[in-house]
Design a protein around this ligand. Structure first.
Ligand SMILES: [Zn+2]
Length: 637
């Protein structure tokens, strides 16, 4: 990768101060309001697709220019004042959007237009649905109540996330409790005066400890603390969120919040979700018991939840000679990043170039994305890879800026992770690929309208391209290319790849069992009679083979359902069905750039211009098949 000079055409993320967050947000709202008011003033008999939709697209990009960066900085900016001001600005944004989609004059004009293109037709449909889902057709008092609920839900989701992100709890573990931990880990983490290690809940602290500490008591203490990251406040928040969502269902006179949500998803209704989860249940039950039994034999005792990572790791070592800590030598962090960029370039016909632009922290890297054929600038990517205080704790991609072909707008996505600086485990390699799959969906989309860009697809499809990309971390034809980026690394050969694949296969019963529990819990909280969240969780977890652990409170950490994944967590498995089917299109050679190019053109570049099912089936040339998915659960493929 070569450094290039900043070009005038590049779009970058402004690194805002707290004051600028407020002023930009206010200016954007004012500016967007003016654009939309212009639409409201159009004479009803003179509206055209262009006069309404183009103005709408302009308003959407004005909003995104302010709130895309604000949403990202809200989770990653080192200064509390910026993050807190961003919280307030994002509430204002959400209130504004609800108000917009409750305006009858706008609704009427969107309904009147006669679309001329497929993209216009889809956008009109999407907008009409947003109006309907925001209560435009409700009587005034219900409409008002919907607005108040929406604002409160945004506030609650923010507080929930903040309690996790800014949790300052640390645990101390003595040298005895650290037996089994890799020396590199012990060298890296801070110690107290007594010589005990001091660790928090960042993944690089938690995961290696749980995988390797020989002390069952220490693992148990860490496990229970980790599930309590959000207690007690987040449990109260989640209960309030669930009650408000239940009230939304009442406003719309539908049986449950799940009904309200799923009508806009691939599944179309909760019954399809329930049926799908039942199918998963019947495939996963035996597989999970079989996996647990193998671990029980290894431990020669009952497997507890804090044993899971530890004994799976021992089993991997014994049976497959795969040691996650050892694998870090094969996947040093920076060369692995360069490798991923390399395979992406080959597959999708793009070129990445590092460039110097303003960033929110010195660790952050920026890349220009160019088309390999003509060198045109496509968009930009920010990478924020390492943990730090008060930063978002998981791995995720932010679609900071969406494309608009109509407006000549260039997309920007940001990748945020919490990796070890030295090397990645194999599952971290998969995480990197997964999130980069989302990033690519954002920056390689090439839609006419901003509202259709990249990851704006149905929520139960959005994980498919990212889950698909994980596979590139487990195949010889892609992994063999890593050597070029790290000549001194140990060589990845067929035998290692075979062992990695075999070791991945172990535990799919346990993993899908857990996913099924999460998805079922989410659907229960979105059902007609949701109940108190911790009580519901206790009874559901108690019904699983490992049972409920007294003193744990997982729901307080379940950020997905506190925010946009409500009645949508099933989407991870629903999309996985599609992801595994998509992989089959690449056949025996994942590095087949013709298929890659077709994937870019037919899926990534299309965003939500058409329903996901249509895009996928056109790419595959046949209907989606769930065969590969159920074979994976049963440990067959
Ligand atoms: Zn994802």
């Amino acid at each position: 990768m070569t450094e290039t000079l900043a070009l005038g055409e590049r779009a970058t993320i402004p690194i805002l101060t707290a004051e600028e967050v407020s002023s930009r947000a206010a200016a954007a709202l004012q500016h967007a309001r003016a654009r939309l008011e212009a639409i409201e003033r159009l004479p009803l008999d003179a509206v055209t697709a262009e006069s309404v939709l183009d103005a709408w697209d302009d308003a959407a990009t004005v909003m995104e220019d302010a709130f895309g960066p604000i949403s990202l900085l809200n989770s990653v900016h080192p200064e509390a004042s910026v993050r807190d001001t961003a919280d307030r600005a994002l509430i204002d944004e959400s209130v504004f959007m609800t108000e917009v989609f409750q305006k009858e004059a706008l609704f009427e004009r969107v309904r009147r237009i006669a679309p001329r293109t497929a993209a216009q037709k889809q956008l009109q449909k999407d907008l009409i649905e947003s109006f309907e889902d925001s209560g435009v057709a409700l009587p005034p008092e219900k409409r008002e109540r919907f607005r108040a609920i929406s604002e409160r839900l945004t506030e609650l989701a923010q507080e929930f996330a903040k309690n996790i992100r800014e949790n300052k709890t640390v645990l101390h573990f003595t040298a005895d409790e650290c037996k089994g931990l890799p020396q590199s880990y012990l060298d890296r983490v801070p110690k107290d005066e007594a010589g005990s290690i001091v660790v928090g809940f960042d993944y690089p602290d938690y995961i290696p400890f749980m995988m390797n500490s020989q002390s069952e008591d220490a693992r148990k203490r860490y496990y229970i603390a980790n599930t309590n990251r959000g207690t007690p406040r987040n449990l109260e928040i989640l209960n309030e969120i669930v009650a408000l969502r239940r009230e939304i269902a009442d406003l719309y006179d539908v049986p449950s919040y799940a009904h309200y949500v799923t009508k806009r998803r691939m599944v179309e209704n909760p019954e399809t979700v329930v049926r799908f989860l039942e199918e998963v249940r019947s495939a996963v039950t035996d597989a999970e018991l079989r996996d647990l039994d193998e671990l029980r034999q290894l431990k020669q005792g009952k497997i507890e939840r804090w044993d899971m990572l530890y004994y799976r790791e021992r089993l991997r070592e014994q049976r497959y000679a795969v040691d996650q800590e050892e694998l870090r030598k094969f996947f040093p962090t920076v060369p692995t990043l360069h490798w991923m960029l390399d395979i992406t370039q080959r597959l999708y016909g793009v070129r990445f170039e590092v460039a110097s632009v303003p960033v929110w922290h010195e660790d952050v890297i920026y890349l220009d994305v160019r088309d390999a054929e003509n060198g045109d600038l496509i968009g930009g990517i920010y990478l924020d890879l390492y943990p730090r205080t008060d930063k978002y704790k998981h791995a995720a991609a932010w679609p900071v800026r969406g494309v608009s072909r109509r407006a000549g707008r260039k997309p920007i996505s940001a990748l945020v992770t919490n990796f070890d600086r030295v090397g990645l485990t194999h599952s971290e390699v998969e995480t990197l690929l997964h999130e980069f799959g989302h990033v690519l969906h954002g920056v390689l989309s090439h839609t006419e309208y901003n509202m259709h860009s990249g990851t704006s697809v149905e929520r139960d499809f959005v994980e498919a391209p990212s889950q698909m990309y994980e596979e590139w971390g487990s195949r010889m034809e892609s992994l063999s290319l890593i050597r070029a980026h790290c000549p001194t690394c140990p060589q990845i050969d067929e035998s290692l790849v075979t062992r990695i694949r075999a070791s991945k296969k172990f535990g799919t019963g346990i993993d899908y069992g857990r996913q099924l529990l999460y998805a079922s819990f989410d659907m229960a909280l979105s059902s007609e009679h949701p109940g108190e969240c911790l009580e519901v969780w206790k009874s559901m977890e108690a019904a699983t083979p490992m049972g409920y652990i007294e003193g744990t409170a997982f729901p307080g950490t379940f950020e997905h359902i506190a925010s946009g994944y409500a009645a949508g967590y099933y989407g991870y498995m629903w999309a996985k069905v599609i992801a595994l089917d998509l992989i089959s299109a690449f056949g025996k050679d994942l590095m087949n750039h013709e298929t890659g190019r077709r994937f870019r053109d037919m899926i990534l570049s299309r965003g939500s211009e058409e329903p996901a099912r249509d895009l996928v089936e056109r790419f595959l040339g046949r209907p989606v098949s769930s065969e590969a998915f159920f074979a994976e659960i049963r440990g067959e493929n």
